[in-house]
Design a protein around this ligand. Structure first.
Ligand SMILES: [Zn+2]
Length: 174
């Protein structure tokens, strides 16, 4: 399954990033991979896992001591990629709906994901507005140091990456 995802992952997320992230995640979480097909051709996927809010935010280097409910269970939608020629046709919406259904079915408290803001704008802003996500925080130059050390090629900036990470969440239990 995973080698099939690689070409799309590298195009959408940047060479090197996906492989190293995947290795780290597989050691800590049970991964939930959801694929999108168009006429038997794989055109996109999402990768998610379930953990506590503390685990999710620690992975982004955030201090969670201000969160009273650090043990709430959340669904982290880590990556969501649609092949470039199939973008803006509703496939992202389809993946988001599946993720929300999965998170609700598992009775999780919230869903969390990260958007990337560059000079070109924020990649998933429309989707976040459509689904009513809120911004938890923004982290400037999120990959800057790591992209230099690990030679990540950001699809927008190249190397080094100067993107801002925007962490979004949506409450599932009101
Ligand atoms: Zn970047």
């Amino acid at each position: 399954m995973l080698p099939v995802l690689l070409p799309i992952a590298c195009q959408g997320l940047g060479e090197g990033y996906f492989v190293s992230q995947l290795k780290h995640l597989k050691e800590h979480y049970t991964l939930d991979i959801n694929c999108v097909f168009k006429a038997d051709k794989l055109i996109g996927f999402s990768l998610a896992y379930q953990c506590t809010i503390e685990g999710a935010l620690c992975d982004y280097g955030l201090n969670v001591s201000s969160y009273a409910e650090w043990d709430r269970q959340v669904y982290v939608l880590k990556s969501m990629v649609i092949e470039e020629s199939y973008q803006r046709r509703g496939y992202g919406t389809e993946l988001m709906k599946s993720a929300l259904n999965k998170a609700k079915a598992n009775q999780l408290d919230a869903i969390i994901l990260v958007g990337w803001k560059s000079v070109k704008g924020t990649n998933i802003e429309h989707l976040m507005d459509d689904f009513g996500f809120e911004v938890i925080c923004e982290i400037q130059d999120f990959w800057h140091a790591e992209s230099i050390i690990n030679q990540y090629q950001c699809p927008v900036c190249g190397n080094p990456c100067n993107c801002t990470a925007i962490i979004y969440s949506k409450e599932l239990k009101m």
